[in-house]
Design a protein around this ligand. Structure first.
Ligand code: GLU
Ligand code: ZN
Length: 329
């Protein structure tokens, strides 16, 4: 049985707000392998709509890291900070269709509402305060100097269902999802929005990403539906933990790729270790990237957390060094 459609188009979509670590390096690797296995494409998109947190030096570093790992991307890099016009069109389309509305609540008001809901034992979600404002009320809010965000009107009933490539059938009740922000007060696109718009417009067919994004997916599917855009298939991969099961942290040797490279680790050692984190395989021994691509199977992605094992990495490193020495002999 084959798990991937012909010519899979995948992508890696990092936010340039820090250095690449093993977690997102593995996400990049899996997407790369899935694409290459089908003779498809692996795209690179820089998710830099958050101007405060994004830094050009991180973008430069992550391109260098991907190249060093041996995961070149296909085609032009998409930089979200340059795509304001594309998003503006999509916002206008949703406004015309009545699927979004301006929200004038300040961050403080939202925070107070959140605390009140939590205090009464309710899950916090946007209370819908601005959903039914009329034109006069909107003008008054604007006159107070408030800068609106744009919120997506989540249907009051119904559900969003999809099949996750790792977790199987997923079902989310719309009533549990609050109206969410698609455009920030400064006019920039929120993550949910630009992420799905760009996946659809770039023809991405499969997205493998961290499990922390699973609950974002129903929102993104709603946006795609409202815009009449095709949505990719999603697979949410388990997070990497340290050997004792706690979150991978610096203390446990979670080093940036840049640092691992400086310490002399070989890319082949890293990709061989990452390939086996959260992905079960019958492949034994050190493999080249081409071999890994042939052996990658998204039906073999496992749900349980993947443990990073520094000792195992050392074993791969020794094998990779050995291979290098043979090749150079
Ligand atoms: N920029 C997001 C992240 O780095 C992308 C998530 C995704 O792959 O859809 O977490
Ligand atoms: Zn509001």
């Amino acid at each position: 049985m084959t798990d991937a459609p012909a010519m899979t188009v995948t992508r890696f979509a990092p936010s340039p707000s820090g250095e690449l670590h093993l977690g997102n390096a593995r996400t990049a690797l899996f997407n790369y392998l899935l694409a290459k296995r089908s003779g498809g494409q692996f795209l690179l998109r820089i998710e830099d709509t958050d101007a405060e947190r994004s830094k050009p030096e991180y973008t430069a570093q992550l391109k260098a890291d991907l190249q060093w790992l041996g995961l070149p991307w296909d085609g032009e890099i998409v930089e979200q900070s340059r795509r304001g016009e594309v998003y503006a069109k999509a916002f206008a389309q949703l406004e015309q269709a009545g699927r979004v509305y301006p929200c004038y609540c300040t961050p403080l008001e939202i925070e107070i509402s959140r605390k009140t809901q939590l205090a009464s034992g309710k899950p916090p979600r946007y209370a819908g305060t601005c959903r039914h404002l009329d034109e006069t009320q909107r003008t008054a809010k604007l006159a107070e100097g408030r800068k609106p965000t744009l919120r997506f009107k989540v249907p009051d009933s119904g559900r969003v269902e999809f099949i996750d490539l790792v977790h199987g059938e997923q079902r989310f009740e719309c009533a549990d999802i609050g109206d969410f922000i698609v455009q920030r007060a400064d006019g920039s696109a929120a993550f949910f929005f630009s992420n799905i718009v760009d996946d659809a417009l770039s023809g991405v067919t499969v997205v493998l990403r961290g499990e922390d994004h699973l609950s974002n997916t129903p929102r993104q599917l709603m946006i795609a539906e409202a815009l009449g855009l095709p949505a990719p298939a999603y697979g949410h991969i388990s997070l990497i933990t340290s050997a004792d099961g706690s979150p991978l942290s610096k203390r446990h040797g979670a080093k940036s790729l840049k640092r691992l490279k400086q310490e002399g680790y070989l890319p082949l050692a890293l990709v061989n270790h990452l390939f086996r984190l959260g992905h079960s395989t019958e492949l034994h021994g050190l493999q080249t990237l081409d071999e890994l691509a042939r052996g990658f199977d998204s039906t073999h992605l496992v749900r349980s957390p993947a443990r990073f094992d520094p000792v195992q990495l050392e074993v791969w490193q020794r094998d990779a060094v050995h291979r290098l020495t043979l090749d150079e002999a």
